[in-house]
Design a protein around this ligand. Sequence first.
Ligand SMILES: [Fe+2]
Ligand SMILES: [Fe+2]
Length: 180
Amino acid sequence: MNDLSRRALGLSAVGVAAFAAMRASVAEAQTAGGTWFDMVRAHHTLIADNLVMILATSDSQVAERTRLQKHLGYLLTAHSVAEENVLYPALARLGLTQASDQLYIEQAHAKVGNADLEVTPKGDDAWLAKVSALKTAILHHAKDEEEADLFPKLAAGVSARENAMLTADYARQFASVQRV
Ligand SMILES: [Fe+2]
Ligand SMILES: [Fe+2]
C-alpha cells in the first residue's frame, strides 16, 4: 500500500504495519501444526490484539476503525464456526452440556455485540465504549472459561485419537470461512 492510498484510507503507518502483521499471523496460526488447543490460544491472541488495536485508535480514524472491525468480524466468525461445530459438541459429548450451552450463548452475544459495532457511528466515544465492553466479555469467555477451565478438561478427557480428530476438524472449520 503506497502513501497516497494509505492516506486516502485514513490509516497510519503504524496501523498498516500492525494490520499486515495480524493478517500474516492468522496464516501462521493456521499452519503452525500444533494441536487444536494451540490454535485456539493463537486465535484468542489475535482477537485480543485486534481489540487492543481498535481501542488505541482516535475518533478521527474512522477508516482504520472500520478496517480493524471488519477483520475482527472475520476472526470472530472463523473462530466461532470452528468452536461451535467441533469443540462445543465435544464438550457436550464429554458430559459438560451446561457449560457447552453457556459458551454457545456467550458467543451469540458476542456476535450481537459485533453486529452492533457495524451499525453504530464509529467516530465517537460511544462506539469505543461498546468495543471496550465487548473486549471484557470476550476475554472472560476465552481466557477464564475456555483456556483456564473447559478446554483443559476437554484435552484431558478424550483420547489421543480424538484430540487429533478435533485438531483436523478445528483447522478445517476455521479455514472454511473466507478471510477478509
Ligand atoms: Fe468461544
Ligand atoms: Fe474461543
